[in-house]
Design a protein. Structure first.
Length: 261
């Protein structure tokens, strides 16, 4: 995969997609969104790949957010058009992929960058990471799902503080409030991201999607409706070929060979 603003590498069946505008701290412009959207969709249909790690090129930033020069050109008219739709779509596509996505947050993770990270299955961070939704400091609010996804991970209180103050949190605070699950030294971040991607990618594909969707929809339903939804997804997994294979592999003390059916 060759892109203008995304650098890709395949390592041990894991696609590493690095946002690459180092001179701009990997600020996200329109072309980068186009590139990343094509990249993750292509990876989703590539049987060689188990999972995707999304990170930023270099050691300073995952992404410092949206490109300021493009921000200056936005109007009410543009925000009702296709470019705005693409910005909204990208984190959702990442969130709903049929394969796990790991955000390896290496440094600044601001604005649109954090909205991409929020769409990932799991987020881990280096000790130097700073995470923020700083749009309010520019007289704006997050526009790619930040106001909706952030509270689901950190709760209403922290979402209010981060979105309405625009102030960043450090990696340790991000872990404490549930925004990231692990904090590692910079030189260990990618190895752990790949290891985690391999673990998630080794699970039965149907069970991965079912478990992820059950968790995602848990915020949309009352408890009993959610449990009923979980019951139906569980039944699908039990009846699947992969479900039977998982039990057979356990009995035979071997690794399962899942086929996604």
């Amino acid at each position: 995969m060759v892109y203008e603003n995304i650098e890709t590498e395949i390592k041990d069946e894991i696609l590493i997609a690095s946002m690459k505008r180092s001179e701009k701290l990997n600020a996200i412009n329109h072309q980068m969104r186009v590139d990343l959207l094509d990249c993750v969709r292509s990876a989703a249909s590539d049987d060689r790949l188990r999972a995707i790690v999304i990170t930023g090129n270099g050691q300073k930033a995952f992404s410092a957010g949206a490109d300021i020069q493009e921000l200056k050109k936005r109007t009410l008219t543009t925000e009702m058009g296709p470019d705005a739709d693409l910005r909204k779509e990208l984190p959702t596509v990442i969130e709903r992929l049929n394969k796990p996505t790991i955000a390896a947050i290496n440094g600044y993770c601001f604005g649109a960058g954090m909205e991409i990270a929020l769409g990932c299955t799991v987020r881990i961070a280096s000790t130097n990471a700073k995470l923020a939704q700083p749009e309010i400091t520019l007289g704006q609010i997050p526009g790619s799902g930040g106001t909706q996804r952030l509270a689901r991970f950190v709760g209403m209180g922290w979402a209010m503080q981060m979105i309405l103050s625009g102030e960043p949190v450090d990696a340790q605070t991000a872990a404490r409030i549930g925004l990231v699950t692990e904090v590692l030294e910079q030189d260990k971040l990618m190895a752990r991201a790949i290891e985690l991607a391999q673990t998630l990618g080794s699970r039965a594909p149907l069970a991965f999607v079912a478990g992820r969707d059950a968790v995602l929809h848990s915020t949309d339903m009352d408890l009993l409706s959610g449990i009923d939804y979980e019951k139906k997804l569980y039944a699908i997994c039990v009846a699947s070929e992969d479900g039977r294979e998982g039990l057979a592999a356990y009995d035979e003390n071997r690794d399962p060979l899942y086929k996604g059916r």
